[in-house]
Design a protein around this ligand. Sequence first.
Ligand SMILES: [Zn+2]
Length: 127
Amino acid sequence: MTDSQNAGYDDLLDAVDLNQGYYLVCESGHGSFPPRQVCPKCGSTHLVEKPLPDTGTISTYTEIQVPTAEFAEETPIVAIADFGPVQLTGRVLAEGNDVAIGVRVSPTVTTSQAGERHLAFDLPTRR
Ligand SMILES: [Zn+2]
């Protein structure tokens, strides 16, 4: 990752943490995450901010067999979830048998045991 990508990711974490997550959409409906000045799909410079939906649905997920040291002994399931026209990748805060394609999740921010902030997904319907 470059520094600017890291800065964007930190901004996204801060916004999600405050329930103020948002994404950018062009007039063709392509979604992307800030910071951006042009649509990555069509090159449009007319980008409008939209609030990130409160929930998304898991479109795919994978169980990590050998977690990195930062995530040792933490839920080793990483999912990609659709939030309207954008997708987020995060660690699922649930047991493996609750995770399936199409399950609704809400984005949240968590910190690994090693102190690394990252995006995670809660399963609001299961709590
Ligand atoms: Zn576009």
